[in-house]
Design a protein around this ligand. Sequence first.
Ligand SMILES: [Zn+2]
Length: 368
Amino acid sequence: MKNSLILCSVFCVLCSVLISGCNEQNTPAKSTPVKNTLRETPKKPCNCPEDNSLSTVDGLAKYVAPLPAVHGARRWQNSYSDGLVIETAHYRIYTTMLEPLMLRQIPAFVEAAWREYQRQLPVPVGGGNKFTVYIFKDRQQWESYTRSFTGGQAEVYLKIKKGAYYLNGQCVAYNIGRTRTFSILGHEGWHQFCDKYFKYRLPSWLDEGIAQLFEYSDFENGQFVFNPAKNYQRLGALRLSIQEKNVIPLKDLILLNPGEVVMQEQADKAVMAFYAQSYAMVRFLREEGYGKRLLCYQKMLLGALNGTWPLDAAETAIASNKSSPPTVEWNKYIAQKLFDVYVGEDIERISPEYYRFCKKIVYYIRVK
Ligand SMILES: [Zn+2]
């Protein structure tokens, strides 16, 4: 059981990998502009160093240090390979991934993601230590770090085929290509943000559904712009689930967690449906009917942030305990309770509207 709960944080990654091929093909080419238009200081219209300095750690540190989002960059002494520590307003990034274009964009990306996480909430949050992010240059380094970091749980985390995970305050990733690395950093970054600022843990469907809002971003005019409606990876998965009649009933969806889903028959399809439908459910609550449920959604999140869900003392202790994974039973209990309290509609009555919304957001998606 413990492993299945740990897998909650793992299989969102596996799911993204399972359908990433579809995403790569469907993602518009314009999502990866090479032209760099980040705002430079007037006195330094171009901070490009001598070409040969980009092949040294010190040269790369000088290369990224003047960027607007960067508060500092220095050599990272580690046992893996040459590396950098890059500080931004809210993040401390340890990386052995020294690809110049990605290095240049990562600070702006994580700060843009932070602002986007913040926008989920009607009140500002902040304070405390900076978030820790590791980005390794390859899987070998990532596996080595994961073995020492996760200890007895290492075998579970090493099942991740490609990507990243969030655990105990750290987001640990490796380079799987610019688009997919940023996608997974956006996703795992939400879990990191949520874990730090929220008093209560969210039920699985809600936590995973929100995390997927940050998987797609465009780089436009020197800034990252997140657009959940263009998350073609999840839209493709949703379309496929509808097409193949693998849609999970809404009353079951809100009670599930990824660890349970992966134990089902045809686990790959079930995991894909769980994530895609959770993503769709969050968008449904935020968008459908001109946002008629947005206030309920925000109250539910605000209750988790401030610890004001209507819980008794015993329930409060469980909801706020972040030192161990939630049980399957608790996830089911709190998911149903929150739905009843905050959404406040009969789930059988709301289901047809949700399915119509799912069909609406994928009507233009073609799946081969
Ligand atoms: Zn996740």
